[in-house]
Ligand binder design. Structure first.
Ligand code: ADP
Length: 469
């Protein structure tokens, strides 16, 4: 209270009057005390220097031997800290409840996104067994199963990305990138989708290739542009999708513009949140999990940039984002990524060791490889892979699973490297992040292929190393 004993002794307690307590509260207080009861309250009061603090006040009437109130005892306790602790506790509880609600909603959404394609996969796989099924139907069902499998993998990729972003583990790997090549590749990727819908897909370079070389995270940038172009094509029925970038001072500014259904301004912030879509759940025409924009916003922010959009219903949408422009020291010739893999020479009869503990995964690789004329040896775990490599010097390549019993693929690769340093070992694993790739390479694998893979992906990867070895 900051009062000395001398300052308060013999004074009317009115000097402690808070000043801002409403008159009704005093009326209540006096009514309670006059009725002979104790008045207990908590309110803010002022110290001698005017600073506010919380106090708990207890006032009890004292009665004389005739039962008349003759005095009052007032006990005041400073509870400012207690109040603060209490508020902090309530905040923490509300946060925990909110996070619980979000987690439950997240799991529900994930379950929905996984069950939907799984339902198609299970259902149509069962139908494939129908006796006398027409070949046309077999093809149709197989197509649906493959498409649903792809959808499932993309949901899982999104979930892994979100979990890595959330855990703060997503890292930026900067390298020299030719932005024109990246945009050309995205253009190539979506040209078929666009022409199937009668949409014109345009990418017009704004700078020459030599000027388009910058330092950035190619994988993330590519994912951001592909995702925006994918959405633009998906939500446009006729007209065009134009995308590209230009240099604006120290910034790179990208745009993806479409003439599609557009987005009302009420949703301009919402759509960047997880699982948020303009169409409500029961009325969806377009597929998608609603995760794409939240992931790409996080990526753009990791790259030091920001994303914005202009759009209105029926007016099309323009998504733009900017990231800092970082130049490389040396301007090199443009890298020319290619979407087509290398072709395998069909006359080769090389022996490939497949280190794989899962029977179904092994069966799939065996199908892929034997059709290309490869000899195949299987090792069910890392230790066997090491032993087989020791006793079979004619093995020309190893496809190494990472998670295996007895000895994992990392350890097996390290051991094989000691006696066959030149042998190409390609990690093939369901772990798919950049860290997993780095770990495999650090342990001696020459390359990495993540499950699920298509036959073309496996064969072109093998062809790269068998040709060059
Ligand atoms: P989804 O997988 O549902 O496409 P996104 O996070 O990429 O998830 O997008 C969220 C929502 O934003 C979409 O479902 C759609 O309602 C809206 N949206 C995104 N891009 C566009 C666009 N180019 N035109 C119209 N609506 C869009």
């Amino acid at each position: 209270m900051q009062y000395t004993l001398g300052e308060v002794k013999g004074k009317n307690p009115r000097i402690f009057k808070p000043g801002h307590v409403p008159p009704e509260e005093f009326e209540n207080m006096w009514a309670t005390l006059h009725a002979g009861s104790t008045w207990i309250t908590e309110h803010q009061n002022r110290k001698k220097d005017g600073t506010l603090f919380w106090e708990s006040v207890t006032i009890s009437p004292l009665v004389d031997d005739k039962g008349n109130i003759c005095n009052y005892i007032r006990i005041m306790v400073d509870i400012t800290q207690k109040k603060k602790d209490h508020e902090a506790l309530i905040n923490a509880k509300e946060k925990a409840e909110e996070s619980d609600r979000l987690k439950a909603a997240f799991l529900n959404n994930i379950s929905h996104e996984i069950r939907t394609p799984m339902n198609a996969i299970n259902g149509f796989s069962g139908l494939l067994n129908t006796p006398g099924l027409a070949p046309g139907k077999i093809n149709e069902y197989a197509e649906i199963i493959i498409r649903s499998g792809d959808q499932l993998v993309s949901v899982i990729d999104d979930i892994v990305s979100i979990a890595t972003i959330e855990a703060g583990q997503e890292k930026i790997n900067e390298q020299e990138v030719n932005l024109n090549s990246v945009c050309r590749l995205v253009h190539e990727q979506f040209l078929l989708n666009a022409s199937e819908k009668d949409i014109v897909l345009n990418f017009k370079p704004s700078v020459a290739d030599a000027e388009a070389i910058v330092l950035t995270d190619k994988t993330k940038l590519m994912q951001v542009i592909s995702n925006l172009v994918n959405n633009a094509v998906k939500f446009t029925d006729k007209g065009s999708v134009d995308f590209g970038f230009h240099i604006n001072g120290n910034e790179l500014e990208f745009h993806v513009k479409d003439t599609g259904i557009g987005i009302s301004s009420d949703f301009h912030t919402e759509i960047f949140k997880r699982f948020r879509q303009v169409e409500d759940e029961n009325n969806r025409h377009f597929g998608g999990s609603g995760l794409g924009l939240s992931i790409l916003k996080a990526y753009i922010e990791l790259l030091g940039g920001k994303i914005w959009l202009t759009s209105g219903p029926g007016e099309g949408s323009a998504f733009c984002f900017s990231i800092p422009l970082k130049r490389t020291v040396m301007i090199k010739q443009a890298d020319t990524p290619s979407s087509s893999g290398l072709q395998i020479n069909r006359e080769i009869t090389e022996t490939i060791l497949v280190a794989e503990d899962e029977d179904l995964n092994y069966m799939l690789l065996k199908e892929y490889l034997s059709k290309e004329g490869f000899q195949i040896i299987r090792a069910e775990n890392g230790a066997k892979a090491v032993g087989i490599c020791k006793t079979n010097p004619h093995i020309s390549l190893v496809l190494m699973d990472i998670k295996m019993p007895v000895m994992n693929g990392h350890e097996a690769t390290r051991q094989i490297r000691e006696f066959r340093p030149e042998l190409p070992i390609i990690a093939q694993t369901a772990y798919s992040t950049a860290d997993d790739r780095d770990e495999a390479i650090n342990n001696g694998c020459l390359d990495f292929i993540s499950k699920p893979f298509t036959k073309d992906q496996v064969i072109s990867k093998i062809a790269e190393y068998i040709k060059s070895s």
